[in-house]
Design a protein around this ligand. Structure first.
Ligand SMILES: [Zn+2]
Length: 172
């Protein structure tokens, strides 16, 4: 069960009409593209890397599953499969942008997506942290082992994931 204290919820506002906002590019963004492609390819082939391996991230702060683990690829798989808002058309080049992190503060937060073609980083504003948790569960993770549960402080360098996919360590 996701922890969703009602006191942190604001009156319902339909964030689905809020357009993506371009973010400052980050050095790691380009390296996320081959990682996303390799992950999808592995799943398409029927390879199943450990679902709890964390996707690399430094700014996300939502935990998943009973132990509030940093973004596990098993959660990402469900989110990407659900498509919107986790996969969206890139407003810059019309290729697709894929969710790479989710997080926020008590009053604002949302999803970050990176375009597989132009590597632009986009932000989908949703609302305070618990609204982000709620939106993720509602649209992708409810009933799974990976339900979003609330804040957690850990990031991940993604090294274990890259290793399991046979990708070289990305320095940037
Ligand atoms: Zn693009």
């Amino acid at each position: 069960m996701a922890i969703t204290p009602s006191c942190t919820l604001r009156p319902s506002k339909d964030w689905t009409h809020v357009p993506l906002v371009a973010r400052e590019p980050r050095p790691e963004d380009a390296a996320l593209v081959p990682l996303i492609r390799a992950l999808r390819l592995a799943w398409e082939r029927g390879d199943m890397p450990d679902a709890w391996l964390p996707f690399p991230q430094t700014h996300a702060n939502i935990g998943y599953g009973p132990e509030a683990r940093p973004l596990p690829i098993g959660a990402l798989r469900l989110m990407w499969a659900a498509r919107y808002p986790f996969v969206q058309a890139c407003p810059a080049c019309e290729h697709s942008a894929w969710m790479v992190s989710a997080g926020g503060h008590p009053t604002m937060g949302g999803l970050d997506l990176v375009c597989l073609a132009c590597t632009t980083r986009w932000h989908q504003p949703i609302g305070g942290l618990y609204r982000v948790v709620e939106a993720i569960n509602l649209r992708a993770l409810d009933g799974s082992a990976f339900e979003a549960v609330g804040p957690q402080p850990l990031g991940s360098d993604g090294l274990a994931l890259r290793k399991s996919l046979g990708l070289p360590h990305a320095s940037g």
